[in-house]
Design a protein around this ligand. Structure first.
Ligand SMILES: [Fe+2]
Ligand SMILES: [Fe+2]
Length: 149
């Protein structure tokens, strides 16, 4: 490994993000918490894959799994919003769309330019995910806890 690569690796390790599941991410609805735990696991798996120097194909597979699960999870929340007539759906859905566009851009860079997600990409993802959970998802969770049977 060259000196340049070593210093990049050191920077990467210093800035890498690992999300730990905490009470502060609890949105009060078990089925949503379960989805979020899965997304956190996949985020950590992706970050671990890049840190380990796994192949582009493997990183791509994990990223695809994360994107697929995220889309499925968003549809799950949006179904609950419709079912229980949640009035904040438009803004909430807009945030979902924003994240999918962000991760799709990462996937495109990986597939077309073999560019692995950077520490900035992981920070973006980690901040986005946790901010969305403690913001929009928490509001939705408290609402659902009131109205779900
Ligand atoms: Fe959400
Ligand atoms: Fe969510």
């Amino acid at each position: 490994m060259s000196l340049l690569n070593s210093s990049l690796q050191a920077e990467w390790v210093a800035r890498v993000k690992h999300i730990s599941w905490e009470e502060s991410l609890d949105v009060d609805i078990e089925e949503i918490n379960d989805d979020h735990k899965k997304l956190v696991d996949l985020f950590n798996l992706l970050s671990q894959a890049v840190e380990n120097g796994d192949s582009v194909d493997y990183v791509d597979a994990v990223l695809e799994e994360l994107i697929t699960c995220t889309i499925w999870h968003f549809r799950h929340e949006e179904r609950l919003m419709l079912r229980y007539r949640y009035d904040g759906m438009e803004l909430h859905k807009a945030e979902h769309t924003d994240l999918i566009e962000g991760v799709r851009a990462m996937q495109q860079m990986l597939r077309e330019e073999n560019r692995l997600p950077t520490s900035e990409d992981f920070e973006y993802l980690a901040v986005w995910l946790t901010r969305h959970i403690v913001g929009q998802d928490m509001r939705l969770g408290f609402y659902l806890a009131e109205v779900m049977e």
